[in-house]
Write a new protein. Structure first.
Length: 460
């Protein structure tokens, strides 16, 4: 909506749009008044009124019925008047009551001294201003395109749901027809009623005649034909009588069970629109709360090492915290088994921060488990150690904590106090041991966290 233009101060031109403002006289003027004013006051400072400029500096507060500007608000970097700083708060009053206020004279020299620096800075950042505008416009266009694509995908999903619902409705309605027709109501009996009644009458008359002439062998075939008709008519009447008896003596028990409460709850809560970049369960947002990870660079590395194509879709959930949940192996398995992909982070008593990723679940089974996507890592060296032997990558024991690479890292029961946890240079499994020169290191666990990795685009 276009802002209303200022009108000329002259009462004879009060309907004419102003084109200039005089800062000395504090008035707006139209073209005619400007010419007259310029002849009289050649040294007055006139400012052109541009409809795209929101305000003209008049020296007075922009709030309605306020006064001349005399103060400066340091909190808001804004000029204000006596009404703005008054303790009496009303409409448009008291906006800066609790701010750090000074007189304009006190700040004038500071602002003036900084003017040249600000002008230089403004000139520098203005050079590529149009380029920035074009870039911003392109960003907005891309955002708009993404929005429409998202809405289209949502519409496709709900169209598919509606199609499935309609198909299901048709199927159930057809089932109702079949049940009523086959069990309770044979509509064909009624449709044939009048026709069959006439046929019965004719069949009876013909049969009696043939029965009287049964000695006549020439009519034997016709006799047989009528005998069959009589039998069919008997069956028809019997079926009808049975149907009448069934409908008379039995209540119809056909009902439709919708299970509507559970279904409607699913529909009501179906789907969720989330800002992927700001989602609380994104891996970087969750790992920021880790007590073991030291900085964002380590989080970035862990995210990059995960074997998924679309890194921005990776989410995670803390499912096991040794300090909080305890270091009992049974607790570990109860919280971590059958959770799918997991990331384990370990802080050791010899100042190592190590761990491993598994794309397959812990499940407490004894034996070796294949997982070609598994890897170990060290946050001390910021290095990932992939598997060297693709057939066996980790063992899962019910009486142990996490075991990676067939004892490359092995966590025992009560690992926060037990010193028999160890990692070594088992290079036939991983490249992890090269840093350790083939040695085995025992340690107690200072802390251990396990995160369930949730990947919406499952590319493994």
């Amino acid at each position: 909506m276009e802002k209303e233009r200022q009108k000329c101060y002259n009462k004879n031109h009060k309907e004419v749009n102003a084109i200039v403002y005089c800062q000395i006289c504090k008035v707006y003027m139209c073209n005619k008044c400007q010419n007259f004013h310029s002849d009289l006051f050649q040294n007055h400072n006139l400012i052109n009124v541009d409809k795209d400029i929101n305000e003209i500096f008049t020296g007075f507060c922009k709030e309605k019925d306020h006064y001349k500007l005399k103060y400066f608000c340091k909190n808001h970097n804004q000029l204000c008047c006596a009404a703005c700083v008054t303790k009496i708060k009303g409409e448009g009053d008291g906006q800066h009551t609790d701010c750090d206020i000074c007189l304009i004279e006190e700040i004038k020299l500071i602002k003036k001294n900084k003017l040249k620096e600000n002008i230089k800075y403004l000139e520098d950042i203005s050079k590529n201003f149009q380029e920035s505008i074009d870039k911003l416009r392109q960003i907005y266009e891309n955002i708009s395109k993404d929005k429409e694509e998202l809405k289209l995908n949502i519409q496709k999903i709900f169209t598919k749901i509606r199609t499935e619902v309609n198909d299901r409705e048709d199927k159930i309605l057809n089932e109702v027809d079949k049940i009523y027709e086959n069990i309770y109501f044979d509509e064909s009996l009624l449709r044939k009623r009048e026709k069959i009644s006439n046929q019965i009458k004719i069949n009876l008359e013909e049969s009696k005649k043939i029965d009287n002439d049964r000695e006549d062998n020439n009519k034997s075939l016709y006799l047989l034909y009528n005998c069959i008709n009589i039998e069919n008519n008997i069956k028809y009447i019997s079926d009808m009588n049975n149907n009448i008896t069934k409908l008379t003596n039995n209540d119809i028990k056909i009902k439709f069970r919708s299970d509507n409460d559970s279904l409607l709850n699913v529909i009501k809560n179906f789907g969720k629109v989330i800002d992927v970049n700001n989602s609380e369960d994104l891996i970087e947002n969750v790992l920021e709360k880790s007590k073991i990870i030291e900085n964002k660079e380590q989080i970035k590395l862990l995210k990059e090492w995960l074997p998924y194509e679309k890194k921005d879709r990776i989410k995670c959930k803390l499912i096991y915290d040794a300090k909080k949940d305890g270091d009992d192996v049974s607790t570990f398995h109860s919280l971590c088994d059958n959770k799918g992909a997991t990331l384990t982070i370990i802080s050791t008593s010899d100042n190592k921060k190590i761990g491993g990723f598994l794309s397959k679940s812990f499940d407490g089974s004894k034996g070796n488990i294949d997982d070609n996507n598994a890897f170990l890592y060290s946050l001390n060296y910021n290095e990932k150690y992939p598997s060297l032997n693709k057939s066996i990558n980790y063992r899962d024991k019910k009486d142990n904590g996490p075991i990676f690479g067939n004892t490359c890292i092995e966590i025992s029961d009560k690992f926060l106090t037990n010193k028999n946890n160890y990692y070594n240079a088992f290079t036939s499994r991983y490249d992890f041991g090269k840093r350790n020169n083939g040695k085995t290191f025992k340690f107690t666990v200072l802390d251990l966290e396990i995160y369930q990795i949730i990947n919406e685009e499952n590319n493994i």
